[in-house]
Design a protein around this ligand. Structure first.
Ligand code: SF4
Ligand code: SF4
Length: 62
């Protein structure tokens, strides 16, 4: 499975990863992107990683 992490210090809340995630598991919490859906639904597509202008999203395969 894949685990996506979002570095809150790098996230500026632009929302682009949230709009781009095909699994719809990312959401905005207090102005920062977080995994708000089922983490196990992440397909490891890396869309959030390449979309984020601040390199805040990282992906790990377990
Ligand atoms: S890797 Fe793809 S499915 Fe997983 S959180 Fe990022 S955009 Fe969504
Ligand atoms: S694309 Fe990056 S900066 Fe924008 S909300 Fe997502 S994690 Fe934050």
């Amino acid at each position: 499975m894949y685990v996506v992490s979002i570095d809150a210090d790098k996230c500026e809340g632009c929302g682009e990863c949230i709009d781009a995630c095909p699994a719809g598991i990312l959401g905005m919490v207090d102005g920062k992107a977080e995994v708000t859906g089922a983490e196990t639904d992440c397909m490891g597509c890396e869309t959030c990683v390449v979309t984020c202008p601040n390199e805040a999203c990282t992906l790990q395969e377990l």
